[in-house]
Design a protein. Structure first.
Lengths: 250, 313
């Protein structure tokens, strides 16, 4: 495979990110102009690498949970026995999306305490909608000749779901997961307001001490992570779609 | 043998198939012809229970088709549809292997069967096996669709407008291939089409459906000679009738003793082809040769024209 410019650029950015997380002090000259009164330039209240990994872990757990619940719901309401639950499921995930994560945090803290738990709940609810709606679209817009053939060759309901319907809906479901991950990577930062260990700590520390350099470091890491993960998942989707001939081969 | 007894299908107030009975002899091709909305596809889909009848019984080799669960029944019956319905996320080989895998054949047997079928359809297993359906032409996709339907060696093959999406040249090739395969495996084929030409060409028997009713169930010759209703007559097409009639029999059956000049026609060609050749070349008679290339007589314009006229009822 020939490496094209965008690929090289992404690899470059990834390398830069890793170097920054492991040796942030090397970048001191870059951020120096953003600080005043001899304030520390590089975040010094913990390891950026640890915070990044914890941030990713929080998002991964919340998205995994949201994926399981949203896809399971979408499967349920597309079976003949579950059609009645479609409006109910839709309202539930819509509420999850419209309820502001900050409000969820405020409500969850008294119930489950400070730390990672309220953040996970907020992100889980916030991530449901894109995955659910995409899974629903994916499972209801399958080519009719293919679903007919799947019945005609003698597959049972489970076999049709696992061997035909889910694989064919996979690119669209993945697109939902990608959206959800991207939104949650950014949203996870507010978890630090309730003492969850995320990159939000860096931003909040910067805001509290009026240190623009801290804010920028936290924001940049989150932003770069979001872009790279978004692109990575897009690449997986288009690989699957291309193999099925849904996209023109480039 | 497939016995359809008093089959009716209603959707709410609409009767889609109305009290249809017919018997399909084993190892024959039966074509169900009708316009869209005639109930022909619904009738066929009740055989493998993709549609459950409202009333009536369908027996396969004497056994009620409701004795097995639907999915097990369908694994025993080949099913090929218009637009092939291949699984786009699976390779050609995996598509053909679907039913044998559902039946838990061992891997060696499945691989052998896939190669055999691909070769049978003139597709090189090494080249085409690993490809994905979208990398094939329309004609190749259609052949893979039929190969998949035949993979588990079913006694019965159901085909829903299998050649509908093909261009005329590929279409007639596909029809010839189907007839050859039917002869080779002795499969009982039920094929649904709206094309009477195709029905006459492929069918040992033709069932004509309209508005959910079975209008006539007879051999092509009988349908051409004595259409049961005006609708059947319209479907047959009065203008083409004599030529379609001639297309049913080989030139060998019309041979008269004697000699003729010019290029010969094989005895296996249809009488329609023979007449066409006579008219086009402006000759009064053609020599006929058998498979070995030996002259066995001649066919004449006069003789063929006589055969094209309506048989006495």
């Amino acid at each position: 495979m020939k490496l094209r410019f965008p690929t090289i650029l992404r690899i470059g950015i990834l390398v830069l990110l890793i170097v920054f997380l492991v040796r942030p002090e090397w970048f001191e000259p870059v951020f120096r102009p953003l600080t005043q009164n001899n304030a520390p330039v590089i975040y010094n209240q913990g390891s950026l690498l640890t915070l990044t990994l914890l941030h990713l872990r929080t998002v991964a757990i919340a998205t995994a949970g949201a994926t399981i619940v949203a896809v399971a719901l979408a499967i349920l309401v597309t079976r003949s026995f579950g059609v009645e639950f479609l409006p109910l499921s839709r309202s539930l995930v819509n509420i999850g999306q419209t309820f502001p994560p900050v409000a969820v945090l405020a409500l969850a803290v008294p119930a489950v305490g400070f730390g990672e738990k309220p953040t996970l709940i907020a992100l889980f609810l916030y991530g449901l909608l894109p995955i659910f709606e995409n899974s629903l679209t994916g499972l209801t817009t399958l080519p009719p000749t293919v679903t007919d053939a799947a019945r005609g060759v003698g597959m049972t309901g489970w076999q049709r779901l696992l061997k035909v319907e889910l694989p064919l809906a996979m690119p669209i479901i993945l697109a939902g997961i990608r959206l959800s991950v991207t939104i949650n990577l950014a949203t996870a930062t507010i978890g630090s307001t309730v003492a969850a260990k995320t990159l939000g700590e860096v931003i909040i520390a910067g805001l509290q001490s009026n240190n623009l350099s801290f804010v920028l470091q936290g924001g940049l890491i989150v932003g770069v992570l979001a872009v790279l993960i978004y692109d990575g998942l897009s690449a997986i989707e288009s690989f699957i779609s291309r193999r099925m001939g849904l996209l023109q081969q480039s | 043998m497939i016995e359809i007894e008093n089959i009716t299908k209603r959707y709410g107030a609409a009767t889609v198939v109305n009290n249809v009975s017919l018997v399909v002899e084993p190892r024959t091709v039966t074509v169900i012809v009708g316009t869209s909305g005639s109930g022909k596809t619904t009738l066929m889909r009740m055989i493998n229970r993709l549609v459950e009848p409202t009333s009536g019984i369908i027996k396969l080799d004497g056994e009620d088709n409701r004795t097995l669960p639907g999915y097990e029944l369908r694994r025993r019956i080949g099913y090929a549809i218009q637009g092939h319905g291949l699984f786009p996320h699976r390779t050609v080989a995996q598509n053909i292997a679907v039913v044998p895998e559902l039946l838990s054949w061992d891997k060696a047997r499945i691989d052998g069967r896939v190669s055999e079928l691909l070769s049978l359809f003139q597709l090189d297993p090494e080249t085409f096996g690993p490809r994905y359906p979208h990398e094939l032409s329309g004609g190749q996709q259609q052949r893979i669709g039929v190969a998949r339907a035949l993979a588990a060696e079913p006694n019965v093959l159901l085909m829903d407008e299998p050649f509908g999406a093909l261009d005329p040249v590929i279409r007639s090739k596909a029809q010839e291939d189907l007839l050859a395969i039917q002869k080779r495996f002795g499969t009982t084929i039920i094929l649904v089409t709206h094309d009477m030409e195709e029905a006459i060409h492929l069918g040992h028997k033709i069932a004509v459906m309209d508005g959910g009713n079975l209008l006539q169930y007879a051999t092509p010759a009988e349908i051409l000679a004595n259409p049961a209703t005006d609708f059947v007559a319209t479907l047959v097409g009065t203008g083409d009738r004599p030529f379609r009639f001639l297309s049913l029999s080989p030139a060998g059956d019309a041979v008269e003793p004697g000699n003729a000049e010019g290029e010969a026609i094989p005895a296996s060609a249809t009488q329609r082809d023979a007449l066409a050749e006579l008219l086009w070349s402006g000759r009064p008679a053609l020599p006929v040769v058998n498979d070995a290339g030996k002259a066995i007589g001649r066919v004449t314009v006069e003789g063929l024209v006589k055969r094209a006229s309506r048989p006495a009822a």
